[in-house]
Design a protein around this ligand. Structure first.
Ligand code: PLP
Length: 481
């Protein structure tokens, strides 16, 4: 059955200048590359100091706003919504087609090999937990301590998996050398897996994925790429990077409808017990003579997709993949790099600000930048950016506690009360602030952010804040000045 044209046809491509000159790396004209249309750009939020302002969403690394194109595609499909892989009705058939076509679109987006499988999950965390559960017996896992908890923590859930936690490197080359050494030292081993992020969710820095993959393969290990922060900012080509699996989340890729992806080698996935047991994963179920139940599981991606699939979430990811590909990653990267330079330049003008980096200040990074402000509690600073400027950033340790603590100088202290800076002059901060942005970020948000940082550091907060449940919040009884 073919999918209804009303559903298959996407809304007009988002507004990106298609002038090929803009796509040439290094040759783009800043003014000619427009941000992609995202939802929420006109949302007004109140300021504690009075009035309203459009919300500046600068927390893309946590969750990016939906692309207008994704929303339009989902809205066009919604009336045709039906069950997937079950149901004889027209809309069930159509929804099944849409679901499976989305799988093919995601495979295309990732440049998958012919025999790779694309498994739909709930998120990157879910994808990596699925892979951890699917490891062959006695697999040895190698993971840097600098990973997001989603890639750091899943591997110990099986008693037969041995995990080597590698020290955080201070250069990309050191990352490769550290991995090489760890792999060589522990040989011989049976199945082995390296897990690495493509771009750090703390510093935005790019990791040497291709080189790490080559090192892993040279020692007979496989590698999974945590592309949660890479895929929204850069093309991810599984063949070109030569990684065995890629994991990412829809909600960071402008498709916030609750789906994620694990794509890559089929053999370990097919040999493993299903991630969830239930309908959809089972091909045949029968009572055994001894009274039990015998199950024949699917060997396709369906093996790990038990239950009714989230067709809207999956379709939205495919729509986002198409929108980003059609907009052209060259232009998107070019524009985002201009924004990165503008943020770094603005922060550099404030001596009290220290930008966090693992690989050095000039290391290539995506639009994810963490920093601390001397003399400020980071939660207080983030609360003031929100309450006084309508800017949404994140503060804390960003689910990468070992990395952020290393970057801040160690120890496990809790931050102090709001208003009492957690770093007195000359002392280290206990938390960081993260600003993150991407294809939908207008220049104005970046300008507002840069101006707000300067004003707050120079003039201080214009409101008073108090601690509530460990976070700084504006004191509603405060009088604006
Ligand atoms: N990996 C990285 C690098 C991340 O930044 C995140 C989330 O911030 C994750 C994994 C987990 O993603 P999710 O919360 O969508 O499962």
């Amino acid at each position: 059955m073919s999918v209804s044209p009303a559903v298959a046809t996407s809304a007009a491509p988002a507004a990106v200048d298609s002038d090929p000159a803009c796509a040439a790396p290094g040759g783009a004209d800043a003014a000619s590359i427009a941000p992609l249309q995202v939802l929420g750009r006109d949302v007004l939020v109140p300021l504690v100091t009075g009035g309203e302002v459009t919300y500046a969403a600068l927390d893309y690394a946590a969750s990016a706003p939906a692309l207008q194109r994704v929303w339009d595609d989902v809205a066009a499909y919604a009336p045709y919504y039906g069950s997937v892989h079950r149901g004889a009705g027209y809309l069930s058939q159509l929804s099944t087609d849409l679901f499976e076509n989305s799988r093919a679109d995601v495979a295309d987006f990732l440049g998958c090999r012919a025999d790779d499988q694309v498994v739909f999950t709930r998120s990157t965390t879910d994808s990596l937990n699925l892979l951890a559960a699917a490891l062959p017996a006695n697999t040895r896992v190698f993971v840097f301590e600098t990973e997001h908890h989603a890639s750091l923590l899943p591997w110990e859930q099986r008693a037969d998996t041995e995990v080597s936690y590698l020290n955080g490197p201070r250069t990309p080359q050191q990352a490769v050398d550290t991995l090489e050494r760890a792999l060589a030292e522990r040989e011989p081993y049976g199945p082995a897996l390296v897990c690495v992020t493509g771009a750090s969710n703390v510093t935005g820095e790019l990791w040497p994925v291709r080189e790490l993959a080559a090192a892993a393969h040279a020692h007979g290990a496989r590698i999974v790429l945590d592309a949660a922060q890479l895929a929204p900012h850069h093309p991810v080509d599984i063949k070109e990077l030569d990684v065995d699996w890629v994991a990412f989340s829809g909600h960071k890729l402008y498709a916030p409808f609750g789906s994620g992806v694990l794509a890559g080698r089929a053999d370990w996935l097919q040999a493993a017990e299903p991630y969830l047991a239930g309908g959809g994963a089972s091909r045949k179920v029968a009572r055994r003579a001894d009274g039990g139940v015998e199950v024949e599981w699917h060997t396709t991606a369906a093996r790990h997709e038990a239950g009714s699939p989230n067709v809207i979430g999956v379709y939205s990811i495919a729509a986002a993949c198409k929108a980003l590909s059609e907009a052209g990653f060259d232009s998107l990267v070019e524009r985002e790099q201009q924004l990165v330079q503008r943020v770094l330049g603005g922060l550099a003008e404030v001596p009290e600000v220290k930008v966090l980096s693992l690989f050095g200040d000039d290391a290539p990074r995506v639009g994810v930048i963490s920093f601390v402000v001397q003399g400020w509690n980071s939660s207080h600073f983030a609360a003031a950016l929100s309450a006084e400027y309508g800017i949404g950033v994140r503060d804390g340790l960003f689910c990468a506690h070992p990395l952020v603590r290393t970057l801040l100088g160690g120890e496990d202290d809790e931050p102090g009360e709001c208003g009492a800076p957690d770093s007195a002059p000359g002392e280290r901060s206990l938390n960081a602030i993260r600003v993150s942005f991407g294809a939908g970020t207008p220049d104005e948000h970046i300008e507002r952010f840069a101006g707000a940082v300067q004003e707050l550091v120079r003039g201080g907060a214009r409101w008073t804040y108090r601690t509530e449940d460990g976070r700084c919040v504006p004191d509603r009884n405060s009088i604006s000045v």
